[in-house]
Design a protein. Structure first.
Length: 194
C-alpha cells in the first residue's frame, strides 16, 4: 500500500471516486487537477500545488495541508472536516457548499476568497485576514474569531452568534439588518423599535 507520493506531476489529471488513506503527498503538482468524488482520509499534503484545480463532492477528512497553494482552486460540495492549513496561500479560492466544520485555518490569509453556503461549525479563524472576502450564508456557529480581520467582508446571511465584535475588525463589513441587531445586542446595547 502506498504511504507516500512525492515529486510527481499530476497536472490536469482526473480523479474519479479514488480513495486515499494515511498517504503523504509531498512536492506534487496538482495544477488543473479535476477531482470528482474522491476521498482523502488522514492524509498530509506538503508543498502541493492545487492551483486552478477543481474538486466536486470530494472529501478531505482530517487532512493536514502545509505550504500548499490553492490559487484559483474551487471546491463544490466538498467535505474538509477537521482538516488543518498551515502557511498555505488561498487567494482567490472559491468554495460553494460542503462542510468545513472543525477545520483549522488559524492565521490564514483568506483575502479575495469566496465561501458561499458552506457549513463551518467550530472552524478556527483565529488571526485570519479576510478583508474583502465573501462569507455568504455560512454556518459559523461555534467558530473561533479572536483577532480576526473581517473588514469589508461580505457576511450577509452567515451565523455570527459566536462572534465578539470587540475582538474582531469589522470596519466596513457588509451585514443584514438582522445581523446588525444581533451584533449590537452582543455589545450590550438595548435595541428597540421606535
Amino acid at each position: 500500500m502506498t504511504t507516500e507520493i512525492s515529486n510527481e506531476d499530476w497536472d490536469s489529471r482526473e480523479l474519479v471516486n479514488q480513495s486515499y488513506a494515511d498517504v503523504t503527498f509531498s512536492e506534487v503538482d496538482m495544477t488543473e487537477l479535476k477531482n470528482n468524488a474522491s476521498s482523502f482520509t488522514n492524509c498530509s499534503f506538503c508543498n502541493v500545488n492545487f492551483n486552478a484545480s477543481t474538486h466536486s463532492n470530494a472529501a478531505f477528512l482530517n487532512c493536514a495541508f502545509t505550504r500548499c497553494s490553492f490559487f484559483d482552486a474551487s471546491f463544490v460540495g466538498c467535505k474538509l472536516l477537521g482538516s488543518t492549513f498551515n502557511r498555505c496561500s488561498f487567494s482567490p479560492m472559491k468554495v460553494v457548499g460542503g462542510d468545513w466544520s472543525f477545520a483549522g485555518l488559524a492565521g490564514a490569509d483568506l483575502r479575495s476568497t469566496r465561501f458561499t453556503n458552506v457549513r463551518m461549525r467550530e472552524v478556527d479563524l483565529t488571526g485570519v485576514r479576510a478583508e474583502g472576502a465573501v462569507f455568504r450564508e455560512i454556518d459559523l456557529s461555534g467558530a473561533s474569531f479572536q483577532n480576526t480581520n473581517l473588514s469589508e467582508c461580505d457576511l450577509r446571511g452567515s451565523d455570527l452568534s459566536s462572534l465578539d465584535p470587540g475582538r474582531v475588525d469589522l470596519v466596513g463589513a457588509i451585514v443584514t439588518w438582522e445581523q446588525a441587531v444581533q451584533l449590537a445586542t452582543s455589545l450590550g446595547l438595548d435595541v428597540r423599535a421606535e
